[in-house]
Design a protein around this ligand. Structure first.
Ligand code: AMP
Ligand code: MG
Length: 281
């Protein structure tokens, strides 16, 4: 069953899956320890877009965790997802429903775009509300909580509850960095068209074949296609629209996608992380 996930997505086996629970009740059946930091955050933010890396029990198959002694656990906010887990009677190991390395799906149409013919069914739950993957935080038994992946729960919200967490510097990470979260590849979320991140759209010599992924007001007439994630410059709205915007741009009749960095705060941290990986060569 689990092997089929890797097969359908063509996901490498070194990239561990997140295990989804309906609630915290059975947590101790799957992990050996829930440090205070993790429990406090769960009480505050779960269900929601945050994943906890905790020491695993043997009942969790090695295939799920890529052989690691820890397991990533999340309680999803979508009621239908929790009902599905309840009905299954077991935790559900689940990644995003797309081909590995490609733009993440946020609608059932996106799922079919990448996986039609490779999966048995899609459970229709509407568009994703948050729009970016969960924040992943490691909570070791002894040691400081560490942010492994910025995501749908801003790290500022986490720090407001448990104090400073260790943040890995994305600028100094590469695929060989020992401290990098497994599966956090430099190139990921990549659209099929080249994407360029500019400081200023004025740098573009010729924008007639460029599609723009925009944030806030811009001069739309300069570009062949415009995907404005949030004309009002809302990071929450931008996160919700981000991957759908990339899906539309990669299927548009353009030669390249251009964009700018988001403000590096709140959900902008997760968006910049996705942009950095989408644009990596
Ligand atoms: P997703 O990309 O949303 O399917 O989430 C999977 C990601 O969660 C992986 O690529 C890892 O970065 C992270 N992850 C899952 N399990 C673990 C683990 N045991 N230790 C550290 N990170 C993990
Ligand atoms: Mg994914």
């Amino acid at each position: 069953m689990i092997a089929k996930i890797f097969e359908a997505k063509e996901r490498p086996h070194f990239d561990p899956l997140i295990v989804h629970l309906a609630d915290q009740d059975q947590l101790e059946r799957f992990v050996t320890d829930v440090p205070n930091s993790a429990r406090t955050l769960m009480d505050r933010f779960c269900p929601g877009p945050v994943t906890f890396v905790l020491p695993k029990r043997d009942v969790i198959p090695d295939l799920v965790t890529s052989g690691l002694s820890s397991v990533a656990i999340r309680i999803p906010a979508h009621e239908q997802a929790r009902e599905f887990i309840q009905a299954a009677g077991v935790p559900i190991a689940a990644p995003s429903a797309n081909r590995f390395g490609c733009v993440s799906p946020t609608t059932s149409q996106h799922v079919l775009k990448g996986l039609n013919g490779r999966i048995d069914a899609v459970l229709e739950g509407g568009s994703c509300e948050v729009g970016v993957e969960s924040t992943v935080i490691a909570c070791p038994k002894n040691g400081q909580p560490t942010l492994l992946r910025p995501g749908g729960l801003p790290v500022e919200d986490i720090e407001a509850v448990i104090g400073p967490v260790v943040r890995l510097n994305p600028e100094t990470q590469d695929d060989e960095s020992p401290q990098a979260g497994p599966g956090m590849l430099t190139r990921h979320y990549a659209p099929s068209k080249p994407i360029q991140i500019l400081d200023d759209f004025g740098e573009l010599v010729d924008s007639s074949r460029a599609g723009v992924l925009a944030f806030g007001e811009i001069d739309e007439s300069e570009f062949a296609v415009v995907e404005n994630l949030s004309p009002d410059s809302s990071l929450v709205e931008s996160a919700a629209n981000f991957f759908a915007g990339l899906h539309r741009l990669e299927t548009s009749d353009i030669d390249m996608i251009v964009t700018k960095w988001f403000p590096d705060e709140g959900l902008g941290v997760a968006l910049n992380d996705r942009l950095r990986r989408a644009a990596a060569k």
